[in-house]
Design a protein around this ligand. Structure first.
Ligand code: MTE
Ligand code: MO
Length: 318
C-alpha cells in the first residue's frame, strides 16, 4: 500500500475556505449530516482548542465501511486514567485541562531533536480524516472519524538515525491538572512505544481532532496516537515527548501487568487475555452496547500489517 501523501487530494474534495466559519457546512461536506452529531454550544465548548476548524479532507484509502459512532459515544466513554478510572470520568474531569500552550520534546536517536510547539508540529501537515475501527483490550469497540496526519510524516521530520529501532511516547505529567496521577494506579507519566517500522507504517496516525473538530480533552488533546490494528491502550494521549531509542521502550500497561498486556498488543482474537476472551467484542452504540461481533485478527487490518510480524510467535509477542 502506498503511503498517502497529505498533498495528494482531489481538488474537488478540498473544503472551501469559507467553510471554516461554518461548522454545519463543514460537517455536511464530510458527510455527517445524518449520524447524530449534536451541534449545540455545550458540545462545541468541549473541544479543547478554539479557533477556526482546519481544512479536513477525507482520505478514501482509510475509510472503514461501518457507520461511525456518534460524537457522544466517542467523547463520553473514555479510558484516560489521568482523569479517573470510570468511563465517564475523563469527560467530567478533563474539562479544564489546559492544552494551550503545548510543546512536544523530540529526543534520542535522531538528527533533528528539539522542542516544538503544537503549532510547529501542525504547520507542515495537511489534515485528513480517516475512519478507523478502534478496539479496546477490554473487548469493546467503536468506529471513529479521526482528524490528523500520518505518524510517519511527523517522525521523518526529525531525521531518525540508524540506531532508531523504536520510538517512545510520553504523556504529560501534571498531577495538579490530572487528578488520576495523584494515585499510583499506573506508573506516571503514561508511556508507550512502537517498533520503528510499526511507527512508520501508513496506518499509524496522529489524531488532533475528530468529527472535523479539535480533539476534546477526554480523547487525548491536543495530540494522541491512533494505531487501528492494536489494542486501544497503545493509542497514548496528550503526548509531550517523542524519543527515538535503540532498545525497546517500556509501556505503561506492560509495566502494570506484564502477564496481561504485552508490548505489541496487536488485536488477536486467538490469544485471550488471561481474564477474558478476546474472540468477540461489543460495539459501543448509544447508551448501550449492541450485539457482540467477532473480533478480527489485527482488528481487520491484517492485509496491511501482518507482514510486519512475519515469523514472530504472536502468542509470545502479544
Ligand atoms: N495517557 C493515556 N493514554 C491512554 C490511556 C490512558 O489512560 N492514559 N488509555 C488508553 C486506552 S486503554 C484506550 S482504550 C484509549 C481510549 O481512547 P478514547 O478515550 O479516545 O476512546 O486511550 C489509551 N490512551
Ligand atoms: Mo483500552
Amino acid at each position: 500500500m502506498n503511503r498517502p501523501k497529505p498533498g495528494r487530494i482531489l481538488p474537488s474534495e478540498i473544503t472551501p475556505e469559507a467553510v471554516h466559519q461554518d461548522r454545519r457546512r463543514l460537517l455536511a461536506t464530510l458527510g455527517y449530516a445524518g449520524v447524530g452529531l449534536a451541534l449545540g454550544g455545550a458540545t462545541a465548548a468541549r473541544a479543547a482548542r478554539t479557533g477556526p476548524v482546519p481544512t479536513v479532507t477525507r482520505n478514501a484509502k482509510f475509510v472503514a465501511r461501518e457507520t461511525p459512532n456518534s460524537w457522544d459515544d466517542i467523547t463520553s466513554y473514555n479510558n484516560f486514567y489521568e482523569f479517573g478510572l470510570d468511563k465517564a470520568d475523563p469527560k467530567e474531569n478533563a474539562q479544564d485541562f489546559r492544552t494551550q500552550p503545548w510543546a512536544v520534546e523530540i529526543a534520542g536517536e535522531c538528527d533533528a531533536p528539539g522542542k516544538l510547539t503544537l503549532e510547529d508540529i501542525l504547520k507542515p501537515h495537511a489534515l485528513e480524516e480517516r475512519i478507523y475501527r478502534f478496539r479496546c483490550v477490554e473487548a469493546w469497540s467503536m468506529v471513529v472519524p479521526w482528524m490528523g496526519f500520518s505518524l510517519a510524516d511527523l517522525l521523518t521530520r526529525f531525521k531518525p538515525n540508524s540506531r532508531a529501532k523504536y520510538v517512545e511516547f510520553t504523556t504529560l505529567l501534571d498531577p495538579r491538572q490530572m487528578p488520576g496521577q495523584r494515585r499510583a494506579v499506573l506508573e506516571w507519566p503514561y508511556v508507550e512505544g512502537l517498533r520503528i517500522d510499526e511507527a512508520m507504517h501508513p496506518l499509524s496516525f496522529v489524531a488532533v481532532g475528530l468529527y472535523g473538530r479539535w480533539l476534546p480533552n477526554q480523547n487525548g488533546a491536543p495530540l494522541r496516537l491512533v494505531l487501528p490494528w492494536k489494542y486501544g491502550f497503545k493509542g497514548i494521549k496528550s503526548i509531550v515527548r517523542i524519543r527515538f531509542t535503540e532498545r525497546q521502550p517500556r509501556n505503561s500497561w506492560n509495566i502494570a501487568a506484564p502477564d496481561e498486556y504485552g508490548f505489541y498488543a496487536n488485536v488477536n482474537p486467538a490469544v485471550d487475555h488471561p481474564r477474558w476472551s478476546q474472540a468477540k467484542e461489543r460495539r459501543l452504540g448509544g447508551s448501550l452496547f449492541t450485539a457482540r461481533v467477532d473480533t478480527l485478527p489485527f482488528n481487520g487490518y491484517g492485509e496491511e500489517v501482518a507482514s510486519l510480524y512475519r515469523g514472530m510467535d504472536l502468542r509470545k509477542y502479544f
